[in-house]
Structures are given as structure tokens and as C-alpha cells.
Design a protein around this ligand. Structure first.
Ligand SMILES: Nc1ncnc2c1ncn2[C@@H]1O[C@H](COP(=O)(O)OP(=O)(O)OP(=O)(O)O)[C@@H](O)[C@H]1O
Length: 613
């Protein structure tokens, strides 16, 4: 029977039984849905005639690729590969595995059956992990490694739902060292339905690897089994293991064991996810400012709280590309790091690239890598940043400065989920979440032809705006204090904070360079400071002058801060009057319209010098 093996980036491969007229597209009524922007609503159709099976493009925008070549129509032979958007469809006549035995998945009491077994150790390990509430991916990885040894199988797979019932299945796969198997598990729709819809544990028989003409040993057959990962009414995914075995296919006892393991694993996963969610939510609502993935983002203003809530929301969609925009120095990179740290990719690399800092001639090599001899000076293979960020996050800062050529290549990687290093012949699959940042209005750049519109839309799936510091001046005292502490420590000084006048000046200044400029200002003032607090005079002239502007009284500061802001203004006027009166206090008082006594008090208070004293 003819099948299509459907491979989507980062997901469990699925085999689909081919039937006359089977259609592929982004939307119903297509039979096979591939929900990607570069897939047309009705993209391609499979047909059978006397010469066999064929496929036809239904007028798609991005085309149907047959063994790498764009085509309108093609006749299909064993192993032919079709590319539709980022998905690969392989045509095969090979029989797939089928369900030999299915049973409702087991209640935890079944554990009793397996006491005194080596397997008990594994169950204990998983039970312990439930208490430890570790990272879900790490938990699964450890558990699958143990499963390979204990069950003596070749491959162990955990497939996890990323969201609702129709969401794709993220895979975590472990292969036994030296096993004669492909590093990929292909399952059919009926098997997936048994596991995920009917929630049955299944024993499988038969099935060959795609492209493998015979089993690796004489007389061997594929033996596999799977069990749903159920927690209450939710199906989180499933566990699957298999091996080539001549004498000992898996039996129902093995299936009981896997079912019990599935129950425990699901409980551990649920608990770990709840724990992570609780941490992140506590962080977002400011209940726990010192721990968790958002801890580095200092601030309590409503705008910053909103930003944190958005980060939490987008972190959960860890496959979604993101665009962060905001003025320079607002904390875009910090936001990108928080998005990564709060996501399921947190244990994987976060790789940052500043597109504006790398010369145009080198950017492609940096991003995609190259092979030895690809160009003069390429003395050895170099892995690109995309490959380094595999299964993690790639942060492309200043994406608006990327050359058109590099933009086209980044787009290709996002569309197809694979990178082609310079000079290489074979692309390799990468699973990377791209978070791009820019201080430019990228929508406008795209509309005016300076940035690729298709790349903009690819990146803008999730977007976050980081507000400038002047719009959240409530955060200023917290930020200034947070920067002062390490600066003082480095200098070996004991600095307790800011004088009211200095704080008023910080409030009054508009901070065109945002938080970065504030950090620099505080570090500079810490060097200048001679007393226990930062005084107005310790600040740079541009900032201390800001305290004199009338706007310094209307920037939403507290009453005390606004009152303190009067001080530097008053001092400046007193100084000016003294200069105009050549140091004569009585004359200066007359110029200001105050009494001589009032003038003398002010000269003393501000520590100024007059001709009289
Ligand atoms: N909310 C914040 N809490 C603490 N530190 C912050 C915050 N926002 C920014 N910073 C600090 O300000 C500096 C600049 O931040 P970052 O590099 O993330 O800004 P950016 O917007 O990416 O800048 P650019 O556009 O120039 O690349 C860093 O030292 C960062 O730690």
C-alpha cells in the first residue's frame, strides 16, 4: 500500500495512507493540513492512473518541489521526496507498523506486577523526579536514557503536545549507542489515533524504516509499543519504544510496564510544568522579584508589568518567532534572554548576534557557517550561529541592518527549517526559535522596500514593544538603586543612595539612551561621589542641568521629589543673581526681589560665596 511519510521540523514523522485525490494545503477541506504561511490553502493533489501514482501542483504560490526541483506535476517512485513549505513528504510503498494489540492504558496499581524487577529502579527514578520538579525536557531525556537500558530497546521517543489537540507533537528521541536503526520514528495516523484519541496502549508489529529494503538481521521483525501520557483528562503526548528482535518481541507484560511508566511520567511532567508556570507567573506579577527567568528585568511600573506578562505568554509558545522593537538601550536583549529563560528551550543555548556589528561580507559565514575551502581563508569547517543555537534560541539584534542577501537566506532557514553552510552540498535541519530585535520601525522599512516584507511577517508572528525609560519613570529609582549597589561595591565605596535633588534631576532628564544611559550615568556618579549619597553635583552636567527645567516638576514624580527639584533651580537663580551683582548680597537680593536676610540664608544653605562672607 502506498504511503506518504510526512516530516515537519522538530516533530514526530507520521505516515499517511495515500488515496486517490488526497489533497494537501494550509486549510480545510485539504485532507492533509500543513499549517505554514508558505503553504497555499490548496497546494497539491495526489492522483492515480494506469502508470501509477502522481502529484500535481494546484497553482500554489510557493511551489511544489520534487526531489529538489520545482515542478507542476510528477510521477512518483519509491523514495521520491516532495517539499511543500517546510514539510517533506516521502513516497513509499513499504508496509508500515500496525497495531497487534491494544488495551486501555493502566492505572498505577499495575506497578505491583513489577516488584523485584530491574524495572522497579526506573519507576523509582521517575517517582523521584516528580518530587524534584525539574525541567520537563531534562526529566524526559533522563527517563528515556534509562528506558533504553532497562527495556533493551533501540529507540525511545517521547512526543509532547505543544498546545491544544491539533497542535504538533514535539519529539524528544533517544537512540541506543550502536543500534542499527534510523534516528527517526515514523508512526501512522491509526497508531497516533489509538494513542492520543482513544488513549490506548499499543503493541506494534511489522514496519520497516523508510528506504530500508530489508531488516538488519535475518528473520528479524520490528517490535514496538507505545502508551499515552495522560494526566487526568489531558493527554500530554505519548511514549514509544521499539527494537529489531528475532526472538523476543515485546509482550503484554512489557506493555503494562510501559503504561505504568507513562502514568508516572505524565504526572512528573504535569508537576514540572505547573511549577514552571507558577514561577513565571509569580515573577510576572512581581511576587518574587529575586528569582526566576524575569528576575533581571527590574521595574514595577504598569508598563513593565505588562511587558513581563507578555514575555510569559510568548515564552510558552516556544516555537514562535518574535520581533522585539524599542529604542536603543531599552532592554531588548534582556527581554529576549527572559523569553528564552522562561521557555521550554531554557536549557538549550541562547546565541546572540549583533547584525550591525558584523561586516556584510562575513555575516553569512557567521550565521550559516561554512565548510573548509568554501572561500579564501576558510581553513576549516565552521559551524554557524543557527547551528550553534539548535533547539535553543537565536537572538538577531539590529535585524534591520541585515543585508538583502542575508535577509533572503534567513528567510529560507525560517521557511524550511534547514541551513546550508557556505560551500556545503547538503543542508542540515535546525530547530531554532528566532527572536529578532530592532530600534527601527520595521513595518515602515518593509513598506518602503528597505526590508523584506516576507521576512518581516515571518518574524512578526509574536511582537513585543519595549517602552522607553521616560514613559516609565516610576522604575527609575529602582533601576538607579540596582545599578548603584554593584558600582559602589566595585569601587570599594559605601554609597547609600541619592540625595533628593539628585533623584529629582534623574527624574527630569529625558534619557534618550534609556536604561543603558542611566546605568552609565549611575556608574559615573559613583566614581565622582565623595559623601555617603550621590549628590546633584556628582551627576554629569547634562543630567544635573535637566533639574532646572520646568518640566522637571511635571513628570509624574512624588510631591517630595518635585519639592526637592526646586532646590537646584533656586540655587541656580541665586548663583546667577550673585554673578550679576558681582557678589554683592544686597544687590543680588534686590535683583531677585527678596530681602537681604532671605538672600543670606540661601547663600549659606547652598554653600555659595558672596563678597560679604
Ligand atoms: N528593565 C531592566 N532592568 C535592568 N537592567 C536593564 C533593564 N533594561 C535594560 N537594562 C540594562 O540596560 C542595558 C541595555 O540593555 P539591552 O542591551 O538589553 O538594550 P537593547 O535595547 O538591546 O539595546 P540596543 O538597542 O542598543 O541593542 C543593559 O546593561 C541591561 O542590563
Amino acid at each position: 500500500m502506498p504511503y506518504l511519510i510526512v516530516r515537519e521540523p522538530g516533530q514526530v514523522a507520521v505516515s499517511v495512507l495515500l488515496h486517490e485525490g488526497l489533497s494537501v494545503g494550509r486549510q480545510a477541506p485539504s485532507d492533509l493540513l500543513l499549517v505554514y504561511q508558505q503553504v497555499s490553502r490548496q497546494h497539491a493533489r495526489f492522483e492515480q492512473d494506469e502508470s501509477g501514482w502522481g502529484v500535481r501542483d494546484l497553482g500554489s504560490s510557493n511551489g511544489l518541489f520534487f526531489n529538489g526541483i520545482r515542478t507542476e506535476r510528477a510521477q512518483l517512485r519509491e523514495g521520491d521526496v516532495l517539499q511543500i513549505g517546510p514539510a517533506q513528504l516521502t513516497f513509499t510503498e513499504h508496509e508500515r507498523a500496525e497495531i497487534a494489540h491494544a488495551q486501555p492504558s493502566l492505572a498505577p496499581e499495575t506497578l505491583e506486577l513489577h516488584r523485584a524487577d530491574r524495572r522497579l529502579g526506573l519507576l523509582v527514578e521517575v517517582t523521584r523526579a516528580i518530587g524534584a520538579m525539574g525541567d520537563p525536557e531534562e526529566l524526559l531525556g533522563r527517563m528515556l536514557d534509562a528506558v533504553l537500558g532497562v527495556l533493551g530497546c533501540d529507540r525511545a521517543l517521547a512526543a509532547l503536545r505543544e498546545g491544544d489537540e491539533d497542535a504538533p507533537l514535539r519529539q524528544v528521541l533517544r537512540t541506543r549507542a550502536g543500534a542499527t536503526v534510523e534516528g527517526e520514528v515514523v508512526l501512522s495516523r491509526p497508531i497516533l489515533d489509538a494513542l492520543l484519541v482513544r488513549r490506548e496502549a499499543v503493541l506494534l508489529r511489522g514496519g520497516r524504516e523508510p528506504g530500508a529494503s530489508s531488516p538488519p538481521m535475518e528473520g528479524a521483525s520490528r517490535s514496538g509499543m507505545g502508551t499515552p501520557l495522560e494526566s487526568g483528562r489531558r493527554v500530554l503526548g505519548f511514549l514509544y519504544v521499539d527494537h529489531w528482535n528475532q526472538n523476543a518481541p515485546f509482550g503484554s507484560e512489557d506493555l503494562d510496564f510501559l503504561s505504568a511508566l507513562g502514568r508516572l511520567t505524565a504526572a512528573a511532567l504535569e508537576r514540572a510544568e505547573q511549577h514552571q508556570r507558577a514561577l513565571v507567573m509569580a515573577e510576572a506579577t512581581g511576587q518574587s522579584p529575586h528569582t526566576g527567568p524575569l528576575a533581571e528585568l527590574i521595574g514595577q511600573s504598569p508598563l513593565l508589568q505588562r511587558l513581563k506578562t507578555q514575555i510569559v505568554k510568548f515564552a510558552q509558545a516556544s516555537g514562535t518567532n518574535m520581533l522585539i522593537h524599542g529604542e536603543s538601550g531599552t532592554g531588548k536583549e534582556l527581554v529576549a534572554r527572559a523569553l528564552h529563560a522562561a521557555s521550554a528551550r531554557a536549557e538549550r543555548p541562547f546565541v546572540a548576534v549583533n547584525c550591525a556589528a558584523i561586516p556584510e561580507t562575513m555575516i553569512e559565514g557567521e550565521l550559516f557557517g561554512y565548510v573548509q575551502g568554501a572561500f579564501m581563508g576558510a581553513q576549516r569547517d565552521k559551524r554557524g550561529r543557527f547551528a550553534l543555537a539548535h533547539r535553543g534560541t537565536l537572538f538577531l539584534d539590529e535585524i534591520g541592518d541585515l543585508s538583502p542577501m542575508a535577509q533572503a537566506k534567513v528567510l529560507r532557514v525560517l521557511q524550511e527549517g534547514e541551513v546550508l553552510p557556505l560551500g556545503a552540498e547538503q543542508p542540515s535541519l535546525v530547530d531554532v526559535r528566532v527572536i529578532a530585535a530592532t530600534h527601527k520601525d520595521l513595518r515602515k522599512e518593509a513598506a518602503e522596500g528597505r526590508f523584506r516584507e516576507d521576512l518581516f511577517f515571518r518574524l512578526n508572528v509574536g511582537d513585543i514593544a519595549v517602552p522607553p525609560l521616560r514613559e516609565r519613570s516610576e522604575d527609575l529609582p529602582l533601576l538607579a538603586a540596582a545599578f548603584l549597589e554593584p558600582a559602589a561595591l566595585n569601587l570599594g565605596k559605601r554609597l547609600l543612595g541619592f540625595s533628593p535633588a539628585a533623584l529629582a534631576a534623574l527624574h527630569a532628564y529625558p534619557w534618550p539612551g534609556n536604561v543603558r544611559e542611566l546605568r552609565n550615568e549611575v556608574e559615573r556618579a559613583a566614581i565622582q561621589a565623595e559623601g555617603a549619597v550621590i549628590e546633584l553635583d556628582d551627576l554629569s552636567p547634562a543630567v544635573s542641568r535637566a533639574a532646572l527645567s520646568p518640566s522637571s516638576l511635571t513628570t509624574g514624580m512624588s510631591l517630595a521629589a518635585r519639592f526637592a527639584a526646586l532646590d537646584p533651580m533656586e540655587r541656580s537663580l541665586v548663583e546667577e543673581a550673585l554673578v550679576a551683582a558681582r557678589g554683592n548680597v544686597a544687590e543680588a537680593a534686590r535683583l531677585l526681589g527678596i530681602t537681604r536676610i532671605m538672600m543670606v540664608r540661601r547663600v549659606d544653605r547652598f554653600g555659595l560665596r558672596s563678597r560679604d562672607g
